[in-house]
Ligand binder design. Sequence first.
Ligand code: SAH
Length: 251
Amino acid sequence: MNLESLPVASLPEMAKIWQQTFNWQPTNQQQRQFQQLYELILEGNRQLNLTRITEPEEFWEKHLWDSLKGIAPKQQFIPFLSQNASVIDIGTGAGFPGVAICIIFLSCHVTFLDSTRKKINFIDTVVSNLSLTNAKTLIGRAEEIGHKNDHRENYDLAVIRAVGSASACAEYSLPLVKKGGLAVIYRGSWTEEENQTLENAVKQLGGIVELIEEFTTPLNKSIRHYLYLRKVKNTSFDFPRAVGIPRQKPL
Ligand code: SAH
């Protein structure tokens, strides 16, 4: 049998879980876009190492549900997302969490940043296939983009998942956020002891740690943490430091 002709599995709908977690459900159009995204990722995986998560239920939970959980602290989507908010997804990879946000909040403008051209080329394919008119892509390093006038302190929300330590993620994200805006760092595990280091880094960057939420994923029951950093002051021009430094010498 020709592999090309094998039908692609369908993502589960999980209407009940969406309803329980967010008091919300995707429309038919959004569900179709999730499915298209899933198919594009499976196809893209043949050439690019996009994700190891390819089973439909796992994809639904670890990519879609997790992406949206991060922007719904206390079980509610962040209210400003329905009001023309500007969002940046830093180190987006195959598009998480940004694509899910882009699909759900058409009034948001979402910028997808990654340092790897191939990843951004893939996102361009997703954007055109899903007809996402509220998306922009950007190739670059967060350390450099954070000093560019067009981007520095320009976003209401920055989201960042699996790009580095919490301190490095804070240094990549907070310079890009407007005063009053939020950065959300997605983590797996998190311990009390890590709080102090994070508090210290965030303070130097002009932010405060507003909330840390622990959540259990609905299917696999694994632990997730979402760190919400509020920008309260302009970030000093010393940050972000040069390319590679936030990772090598975390604040
Ligand atoms: N956020 C996605 C991908 C995580 S993999 C997810 O959770 O599935 C990390 C991605 O960050 C890679 O695609 C890598 O190219 C990108 N990246 C790493 N350091 C970066 C930096 N300093 N600036 C921009 N992108 C970066």
